[in-house]
Ligand binder design. Structure first.
Ligand SMILES: *Cc1c(COP(=O)(O)O)cnc(C)c1O
Length: 373
C-alpha cells in the first residue's frame, strides 16, 4: 500500500516561511522610514499595478470588499436601483450593492461557470442600472458580449476582479473592461499579502478622483475635504510586500497554468468529472487559475476520500450560491447554479504544491472512481 501524503488545500504559514528573509528586509526598510500610511511604498505599488494591468488609475484600499463598496458609492446608486451579478460569487459582491442602497440581482451561470449573458439579458428591468460580473477562478468573462448588452440597455459595467489579477480576455486585463473594478490581495489570492488588502482599478479620471476621496475621509490628493468619506487605505508594509511579489508574478501565474494543464491531462478521461477550461483551450481567454474548481459525481464522498488520504479540498463560498442565502431575502431559482453547487469542489491549486503532489492527487481521484462506481 502506498503511503499517505499530506497535501493541504493551502498552506498559509508558507507565505511567510518560503520568503522570510526578504519579507523581514521589506518590513525593516519600510518601518525604518516611518512611512506606514500613504507613503512611497504605496504610491510605488499603485503605479506598478496600473502598469501591469494597463489600467489608467489604481487606488490601494483595505480589501476588495471595500473596493467594491467605494466604487459603487463613487458611481452613485439610488434606492432600489438593480445591479445584476452572478450568483456564483462571494457574498461581498452582493453586499457591496446592498450597503449602497441598491438591489443585487443574482443570475444563473453559463457553461464556463461564469455569469451567463443570456441570464443577464433575461434579468434586465426598468430598475437595472448596471452589470457587475465576477471574473471567477481567475477567468475573465466574455466582456465583449457583456459590454454590448450593457451599452444596448444603457447600463454601466463594473467588475469583481478580486480573483483575476493577470487574467485576460482577448489580450485585455480583467479589471479594465468597465468603469471600475476590484482586486483582492487576501493571502490566498494569486497575489496575496500578509493580511487584508485590495485595490480599485478605474479608467476614468473623474471617477478616480471620487474613489480616491472616499477612501481617505473625503480628502483629495492635496488634503482638501471634498465630500464625505471613510478610511480604507492599503497600508505601506503590505504595499511593499505586494510590490516585491509582483516582480515574479508571471512565474506564479505560469506555474498555476502548468498545474492546471497537469490536472487536465491526468483527469480528462474521467467521465464523472467536469473540469474547468484547460489553459490553452480558447485563445480568447488567458486564465490565472485562482482556483481549480471542478464538478464531480459523488462529490461529498470524493471529498471525504481525499481527506482520508491527506488531500485538502474546499467547496467555494461554503457551498452556497448568493441566491441560496434566503435569510437575506433572495427568492429566486437558478437551476444551473443550484446544480453546479451540488457537485462543485476545488482541489489544491497554488505554488506550494509540487508535481508529485499533483500526481498523488490525480492518482487518488482516479482510484476513487475506479473503486466506487
Ligand atoms: C476574495 C473575494 C472577494 C473579497 O475580497 P476581500 O479582499 O477579502 O474583501 C470578493 N469577491 C470575490 C470573487 C473574491 O474571491
Amino acid at each position: 500500500m502506498s503511503s499517505i501524503k499530506n497535501v493541504p488545500f493551502f498552506e498559509y504559514p508558507r507565505l511567510w516561511s518560503d520568503d522570510r528573509e526578504n519579507l523581514l528586509k521589506i518590513i525593516d526598510n519600510v518601518s525604518s522610514t516611518g512611512g506606514f500610511i500613504m507613503q512611497k511604498a504605496l504610491i510605488e505599488f499603485e503605479s506598478k499595478l496600473s502598469d501591469y494591468t494597463k489600467s489608467n488609475f489604481s487606488v490601494g484600499v483595505g480589501n476588495a470588499t471595500d473596493a467594491m463598496e467605494i466604487f459603487l458609492e463613487a458611481i452613485g446608486i439610488n434606492n432600489n436601483d438593480e445591479i445584476i451579478i452572478s450568483s456564483h460569487t462571494m457574498l461581498a459582491t452582493a453586499s457591496a450593492i446592498k450597503v449602497n442602497g441598491g438591489v443585487p440581482v443574482p443570475v444563473d451561470i453559463g457553461d464556463d461557470n461564469l455569469i451567463s449573458a443570456e441570464s443577464i439579458e433575461d434579468s434586465i428591468t426598468e430598475r437595472t442600472i448596471g452589470i457587475m460580473p465576477t471574473q471567477l477562478n481567475g477567468r475573465t468573462c466574455d466582456m465583449e458580449r457583456i459590454n454590448k448588452i450593457a451599452s444596448k440597455n444603457n447600463l454601466f459595467v463594473v467588475e469583481d476582479a478580486a480573483q483575476a489579477l493577470g487574467s485576460k480576455f482577448k489580450g485585455r486585463h480583467a479589471g479594465t473592461f468597465g468603469l471600475a473594478s476590484c482586486i483582492s490581495f487576501f493571502p490566498a489570492k494569486v497575489l496575496g499579502c500578509l493580511g487584508d488588502a485590495g485595490a480599485v482599478l478605474t479608467q476614468d479620471e473623474d471617477l478616480y478622483r471620487r474613489i480616491y476621496q472616499i477612501h481617505d475621509h473625503g480628502r483629495d490628493i492635496n488634503g482638501e475635504v471634498k465630500r464625505w468619506g471613510r478610511n480604507s487605505r492599503l497600508d505601506n508594509l503590505q504595499a511593499a510586500i505586494l510590490s516585491s511579489k509582483l516582480v515574479n508574478y508571471e512565474d506564479v501565474v505560469n506555474r498555476r497554468r502548468e498545474i492546471a494543464q497537469m490536472y487536465q491531462e491526468r483527469l480528462e478521461d474521467l467521465e464523472q468529472l467536469k473540469l474547468p477550461p484547460a489553459p490553452n483551450s480558447d485563445p480568447n481567454h488567458f486564465d490565472v487559475y485562482q482556483n481549480y474548481e471542478l464538478e464531480a459525481e459523488n462529490r461529498d464522498q470524493l471529498k471525504d476520500f481525499l481527506s482520508q488520504n491527506g488531500i485538502g479540498t474546499l467547496i467555494q463560498w461554503g457551498g452556497m450560491a448568493v441566491h441560496q442565502f434566503t435569510n437575506l431575502g433572495f427568492d429566486v431559482s437558478l437551476p444551473k447554479t443550484e446544480n453546479f453547487f451540488k457537485k462543485c469542489i476545488m482541489i489544491p491549486m497554488n505554488i506550494f504544491i509540487n508535481n508529485s503532489d499533483v500526481d498523488y492527487i490525480c492518482e487518488k481521484i482516479v482510484s476513487f472512481y475506479k473503486n466506487n462506481v
